[in-house]
Design a protein around this ligand. Structure first.
Ligand code: MF3
Ligand code: CO
Length: 276
């Protein structure tokens, strides 16, 4: 998918600029999540996200990407990914993922969170929490592993350990390298594969973004050429962070605390990207 080109290895200075894009992405997502209440439209979330980009002088990497018309994707219920914000009104009990990114001085951030509205179905809450924790296992594997394939192995192992085969892991959509473009080599799978992928090396930045569903992993794209839904109508969750691997360790660029609170319990201490 994003795997045909060579990997872009970043200098510490470049990763530090990516950190600025990551923090803007995180704050814009905070605003979009806060706007996600019953009665709001999905377009309201886009407006909230966009306002934070503007405030920081950042631009959107989603807007205009192959003609994409918004700064975020809002994917509600059976929509897995790439839902276009519009007049759809959010309701209690909805599960939605909000995915967005920012460009600062030419460098990209990309992150997604799942939100549950009102009193959620416990199975939806478990789906989101399993997806979120699986993402953190994948992120930890950037520090503890040797190859990019170790990320997907960690994601899949965690999902199977806690939920058996109740949740499906999408295979058609994968994470990616990120840097001077949003989507770059290498592909970052969310499942075990015989292909171990490239070696994990300092200077890499990876977007890790597992997608789980409460049913089969089959999907189809709607007439708008963007919206991806599950074939069986099952609900889905996605979480995503952009992560830097640098000479001193890993740093989660799109997490305000660099990932410390979630990674410490997994035995990984994130380290800020040093000045060159
Ligand atoms: N951010 C998505 C991903 O995580 C891609 C969105 S494509 C867009 O890789 F066109 F919707 F922006
Ligand atoms: Co991404």
């Amino acid at each position: 998918m994003f795997g045909r080109r060579r990997i872009e290895y970043k200098t510490n200075a470049q990763l530090r600029t990516m950190r600025r894009a990551g923090v803007v992405t995180s704050r814009a997502l905070d605003a979009a999540v806060a706007a996600a209440v019953p009665g709001a439209t999905t377009a309201d979330l886009d407006a909230a996200f966009r306002a934070v980009l503007d405030e920081h002088g950042a631009t959107s990497n989603f807007l205009g990407y192959f003609g994409y018309p918004a700064t975020v994707c809002v994917s509600v219920n059976e929509v897995v990914v790439h839902g276009i914000p519009g007049e759809q009104v959010l309701e209690e009990g909805d599960i939605l993922s909000i995915d967005g990114g920012a460009i600062v001085d030419g460098w990209h951030g990309d992150s997604a969170r799942t939100v549950l509205l009102g009193r959620p179905d416990p199975a939806d809450a478990e789906l989101s929490e399993t997806t979120r924790r699986a993402m953190w296992r994948g992120i930890a594997a950037v520090a503890t592993g040797t190859h990019v394939g170790d990320i997907g192995a960690a994601v899949e192992d965690y999902v199977r350990e806690v939920s058996g085969h109740r949740f499906g892991i999408l295979e058609e959509y994968v994470g990616h390298g990120i840097g001077s473009k949003m989507h770059m080599a290498p592909d970052v799978l969310n499942f075990r594969s015989n292909d171990r992928g490239p070696r994990l090396r300092a200077g890499m930045a990876l977007a890790i973004e597992p997608m789980l569903v409460r049913g089969g992993i089959g999907t189809r794209v709607l007439e708008d050429d963007w919206t991806v839904v599950t074939t069986d109508g099952a609900r889905s969750s996605q979480w995503e962070h952009s992560v830097a691997l640098h000479p001193d360790g890993i740093w989660v660029l799109t997490a305000e605390d660099g990932g410390a609170s979630e990674l410490e319990p997994l035995g990984v201490t994130p380290v800020p990207v040093p000045e060159d």
